[in-house]
Design a protein around this ligand. Structure first.
Ligand SMILES: [Zn+2]
Ligand SMILES: [Zn+2]
Length: 246
């Protein structure tokens, strides 16, 4: 299974990358996590007829602003879009006139489904839990090809993130803040917090993404920040276009 980092910035695009989007290429499904501007690269890595699933965590624009390029894709089995309650209304508003081509006029079929907390079989096993953020943000746990991948984007440290990542082969989470930085009013993670979630969950590997564009202005700053992690060893620094095999 491949994890491809299409966009690894939080907030806005810079020379370090596009806003957040991550692709999981499993044996039977393509799964896209969030639709920041990096999503435009998805068709570089999706070149077969497998079905495509898009999971939206929340509606902050850095996670959905890439939706206006959906009409460049030609997904022969269509696209299944999942998100929390309210997803349909958000999509009907922004993926519509006068902003862009409406969902109903895309060159492939789109199905939108709203999820609550809990387990699902979609057909792959999925678990959804709300994280802690300025706006309700859904985290996901996928069971694909016998591997567990947890995706916990915008969040502070919370028990639900630990539960989603429990014994996961890979935890993909955010790293908006610099080491030691906190923001209780608008929760995000610093590198040590992200590692603490992975450690408590006993995840095997930790991949960091969603580096805040204003704080991390170079890739080297991402690499330096991770050196502050002392309690977890297998950490991958997300960068646009990196392909991770798990
Ligand atoms: Zn964000
Ligand atoms: Zn957010």
């Amino acid at each position: 299974m491949e994890i491809i980092f299409l966009g690894t910035n939080g907030w806005y695009d810079t020379d370090t990358g596009n806003t957040i989007s991550t692709l999981i290429n499993s044996d039977k499904y393509h799964i896209i996590l969030d639709a920041g501007n990096g999503i435009y690269k998805a068709d570089r890595y999706i070149q077969d007829d497998l079905p495509v699933y898009l999971f939206l965590s929340h509606f902050h624009l850095d996670h959905i602003e890439g939706l206006h390029v959906l009409n460049k894709f030609r997904f022969s089995q269509g696209m299944h879009i999942f998100g929390q309650k309210g997803t349909r209304q958000v999509l009907d508003t922004i993926v519509n006139e006068p902003f862009t081509v409406p969902l109903s006029k895309l060159p492939f079929a789109v199905e939108v489904r709203e999820l609550s907390e809990g387990p699902y079989k979609l057909p792959f096993p999925l678990e959804c839990r709300f994280l802690v953020h300025a706006s309700p943000c859904m985290g996901y746990r996928f069971d694909l090809d016998g591997k567990v991948v947890a995706y916990c984007p915008d969040t502070g440290i919370c028990e639900n993130a630990v539960l989603l990542a429990e014994d996961a082969d890979l935890l993909i989470t955010e790293c908006s803040h610099k080491p030691g930085e906190q923001s209780p009013d608008w929760p995000h993670l610093n590198p040590e917090d992200a590692a603490e979630i992975a450690r408590r969950a006993k995840a095997k590997r930790l991949a960091l993404t969603h580096f805040d564009a204003g704080r991390y202005t170079t890739i080297q700053e991402r690499l330096d920040a991770v050196k502050s992690i002392t309690n977890f060893s297998d950490v991958i620094v997300g960068r646009d276009n990196v392909v991770l095999e798990i």
